[in-house]
Design a protein around this ligand. Structure first.
Ligand code: PHE
Length: 505
């Protein structure tokens, strides 16, 4: 009999779930406008280099760290070295913070999807300050995510990703075709998006591309470790990593092709202001309005696509924390997911209020160190903590496990055939020297930018959290069991036995 295990059943299931995590608001929203304002094709060029030099190497390392342990990030790093388990605690903490703000934006996408037929043009200023409604939609969004997670990795995350990711792709390709065949304005839209301009790229554009690659590929936190831990020997992680990076980049590029030609065709005046939160929540709704009735349908499809992308991303974020709670505290998946959801939902409330009242309406509302809550969480995680998380993953493979051993392990358990020696040599040099060096550059410039903007509180908070993780790990977790994936099966078995014994007389 085949041994029961928690995890993905096929390569494609794993690839689509991981791509589901990677493909999100970062691809459909941030990438297009960042490209447009940072030098078009010049930005794309640097971005692709970042995906190859930093993204692929870090992702493969993270997936491998998870796969060799079949356990949550803390246990996985403990298996690298017992004193390094705190790397894993950081990797769990980052997804928690991101969930708290990502859910608010996810809630926006649900509202906009459902409201498409009544028109979303101009609703941003009223919807975003309606705290009750914003909270409600964030709650619905989190609820959807945990309902899927509660069904398990195989029956929930894998199954849903296999349906939703192809759906997303079809919708996107459909919108791209529609947009590119609009005729007038298409050329201008494409020029606005992609015209190469190395001057406006500059250093900030290069750093922006690096940061964007991290965020978009869901790196530098526990996600790829957790999803990697659910892969068995039949899944080739090198090929899978390449596919995930490819899909993620493709979707990002296509998103711009879907957006800018349509903006230029229907409302060329709006092109220059197509940035930040306004792009999808204010500008595009105006563009859909100018399309007439067809606009309602395009709007529905567009926002449904964005909602799907956000949902599969938030699922992965919540799964990291849920997996840890299941394994550390030996409680069932359903209860663990519920606990995580409730805490994230509670924190998302002030985030939502702050986003609407402070960031969008520019009025009074809750702030943290002078920033709206969303920006604050985003900066702490993206600018400071994610590069640290990625660096720790590369150091673990490059300097502690050692690339030679890691490659051997991958060949034994993760590729079923020899990795080409040239590829292995490139990976070894990258993971030891080049990728960590590039990550350190991103970190240093990220910190500098916070000091320059007088937002040093972001840096202090992020590093304060790291110190806290170290302390918590050494006080509470180093000497205690932190569990593994098999625990989940035991918990379920025990639950069944208990049920059976209470039914029997
Ligand atoms: N990668 C997702 C995106 O592009 C966001 C995300 C970041 C999801 C980190 C999970 C973890 O939007």
């Amino acid at each position: 009999m085949k041994k029961k295990k928690v995890g993905f059943t096929s390569s494609i299931g794993f690839i689509l779930a991981a791509a589901g995590s990677a493909i999100g608001l970062g691809n459909l929203w941030a990438f297009p406008y960042k490209t447009a304002v940072n030098g078009g094709a010049a930005f794309v060029f640097v971005y692709i280099a970042c995906v190859l030099l930093i993204g692929f190497v870090t992702m493969l390392s993270e997936i491998h760290i998870g796969k060799r342990a079949h356990a949550n990030p803390i246990t996985a790093y403990k298996m690298v070295n017992k004193n390094l388990g705190w790397f894993g605690l950081i990797a769990i903490l980052i997804p928690f913070f991101i969930t708290c703000y990502y859910s608010v934006l996810g809630g926006y996408t649900i509202k906009y999807t459902l409201h498409s037929f009544r028109g979303n043009s101009g609703i941003l200023s009223t919807f975003s300050v309606n705290s009750g409604e914003v909270t409600l939609y964030s709650g619905v969004f989190i609820l959807l995510a945990i309902l899927i997670i509660m069904c398990g990795v195989k029956e929930g995350i894998e199954k849903i990703s296999k349906t939703l990711m192809p759906t997303l792709f079809l919708i996107l390709v459909g919108i791209v075709i529609y947009s590119l065949t609009l005729g007038e304005g298409v050329k201008e839209g494409l020029a606005f998006y992609l015209n190469p301009d190395f001057k406006s790229l500059g250093l900030s554009g290069v750093l922006g591309a690096m940061g964007q690659a991290f965020f978009s590929l869901s790196l530098g936190m526990g996600i790829m470790i957790t999803y990697g831990s659910y892969t068995g020997g039949e899944i080739n992680i090198v090929k899978s990593t390449a596919m995930i990076c490819l899909f993620d980049t493709l979707v990002a590029l296509l998103a711009g092709l879907a957006i800018f030609p349509a903006v230029a065709h229907f409302d060329p005046d709006l092109l220059q202001s197509s940035q930040g939160i306004a792009l999808i929540f204010a500008i595009l709704p105006d563009v859909f309005k100018s399309m007439g009735f067809a606009g309602n349908i395009v709007s529905f499809l567009f926002f449904a696509m964005v909602a799907i992308a956000a949902l599969t991303s938030v699922m992965s974020l919540i799964e990291v924390v849920t997996q840890f709670i299941i394994q550390k505290f030996k409680i069932t998946r359903k209860i663990s997911a519920l606990i995580v959801a409730l805490i994230c939902f509670a924190v998302s409330i002030p985030v939502g209020i702050s986003l609407g009242k402070v960031a969008i309406a520019e009025g009074e509302g809750p702030t943290l160190f002078g920033l709206d809550w969303l920006t604050f969480f985003d900066e702490v995680t993206n600018t400071v903590l994610m590069p640290v998380g990625a660096l720790l993953a590369c150091i673990s493979v490059g300097w502690i496990i050692q690339p030679k051993k890691a490659i051997q392990e991958m060949e034994e358990h993760g590729t079923r055939k020899k990795i080409h020696p040239v590829l292995a040599a490139i990976y070894s040099v990258m993971v030891r020297y080049i990728t960590p060096a590039l990550i350190i550059i991103i970190e240093v410039f990220g910190i500098k930018s916070k000091f320059d903007a007088k937002q040093e509180a972001v840096v202090y908070c992020a590093y304060g959290l790291i110190v806290l993780c170290v302390l918590i790990y050494f006080i509470f977790f180093r000497h205690t069991q932190t569990g593994c994936n098999d625990d989940e099966i035991l918990i379920e078995q025990r639950k069944k036995e208990k049920k059976a014994s209470t039914v029997e007389p």
